[in-house]
Write a protein that binds this ligand. Structure first.
Ligand code: ZN
Ligand code: ZN
Length: 346
């Protein structure tokens, strides 16, 4: 057992405070990682504020972890001391079910073990990346290629894989017509990924405020959805529409954007159940789908793809004393495009 410095929150209305965290002994298959950076994901905030219920306090959030290997167990074969590595949303699973066997650990039949605010297979609470070190089984550790700066790679571990997986699953490639709904933490990475896959990429955001960034990152078009004529103009014109927003959209309007056999994918979860008129699906033989992060092999593939294409998150690095302020700014939509915690300030 080793004690490491962290930042924790003790209740839904509290602020972050310094905290000493115990990390388990490095087991035979474990990798101990000195965390350098940790991305701040909107779901950290939901957990910290107990928005979804069931938060275990004290909580150390963080599941976009980038760092360097500090030590390895005797059986570890894929990593060595000093390697640049990452950890995303999960740190374990049953490893034996059909989905685990297929590298889809996020859909483990027994449930995956969340990196933070979860319970490990020994029944202990898990604590995340707002801390100096973490110990993780090597199966759940990915390599961060040298071409990716650690701080820009951190958000790829959740935001990146969340948008990469549906693009790959749907076979997006040369001349695919892709629309990304929302241009924030997920959307700004999605634009880079889709355009690197040679798709014709369009952003649909609430306003044109971020248009310049969208075009710079590879979008061909950037439209504001306040313009209701837009949905008539763009009707039947996309193969894939990915909604990155947690808002309840007018599903008829967005499904109407899909051409024949097109698919709309939800990667953001609205609070209320969806309201859908079936006719908006029947026409053009449209499909509605969901997607949830990605498995470990696909997460590695995503990082390698990002390194090959020079893709990273656009970030604002913060110190440990700024976590509460960063949360307020994320809630207010005031970040371009991801906060990343500099763990050396803990
Ligand atoms: Zn996340
Ligand atoms: Zn499993």
């Amino acid at each position: 057992m080793s004690v490491v410095n962290a930042r924790a929150i003790f209740g839904p209305h509290e602020t972050f405070v310094p905290y000493e965290l115990e990390r388990r002994e490095v087991g035979a298959n474990d990798v101990a990682i000195d965390i350098k950076y940790c991305g701040i994901c909107h779901s950290d905030i939901h957990h910290a504020h107990n928005d979804w219920g069931g938060t275990q306090y004290p909580l150390v959030p963080g599941h976009e972890i980038a760092g360097v290997v500090a030590a390895i167990g005797a059986e570890v074969s894929r990593f060595g001391k000093g390697d640049r590595v990452g950890v995303g949303c999960m740190v374990d699973s049953c490893r034996a079910c059909d989905n685990c066997e297929a590298g889809l650990e996020q859909f483990c039949r027994e449930g995956d073990v969340k990196t933070a605010n979860g319970t490990d297979r020994q029944g202990r609470p898990t604590q995340g990346g707002y801390s100096e070190q973490i110990v993780v089984d090597e199966r759940f550790v990915v390599r961060i290629p040298d071409a990716l700066p650690l701080q820009a790679a951190a958000p790829l571990l959740c935001a990146g894989i969340t948008v990469y997986s549906p693009l790959r699953t749907l076979g997006v490639g040369h001349d695919s017509r892709v629309a990304l709904v929302g241009f924030g933490g997920l959307g700004h990475i999605g634009v880079q990924l889709a355009s690197a896959m040679e798709a014709r990429t369009t952003v649909l955001d609430l306003s044109l405020d971020k248009r310049e960034d969208g075009l710079r990152l590879g979008a061909q078009d950037f439209f504001a959805t306040v313009d209701t004529d837009l949905f008539k103009t763009l009707a039947d014109s996309f193969d894939v529409v990915i909604s990155t927003v947690p808002a309840n959209l007018d599903m008829g309007a967005y499904l109407g954007l899909l051409d024949t056999d097109g698919t709309m994918v939800l990667i953001g979860a609205p609070d209320k159940p969806l309201e859908i008129n079936a006719f908006s699906l029947l026409r053009n033989r449209r499909r509605l789908a969901g997607s949830l992060i990605g498995g470990m092999p696909e997460t590695q593939e995503m990082l390698d793809f990002c390194a090959a294409h020079g893709i990273g998150a656009e970030i604002e690095v913060i110190s440990a004393g700024q976590i509460d302020e960063a949360y307020e700014r994320v809630i207010a939509g005031d970040v371009r495009y991801r906060f990343v915690l500099d763990v050396s300030t803990i």
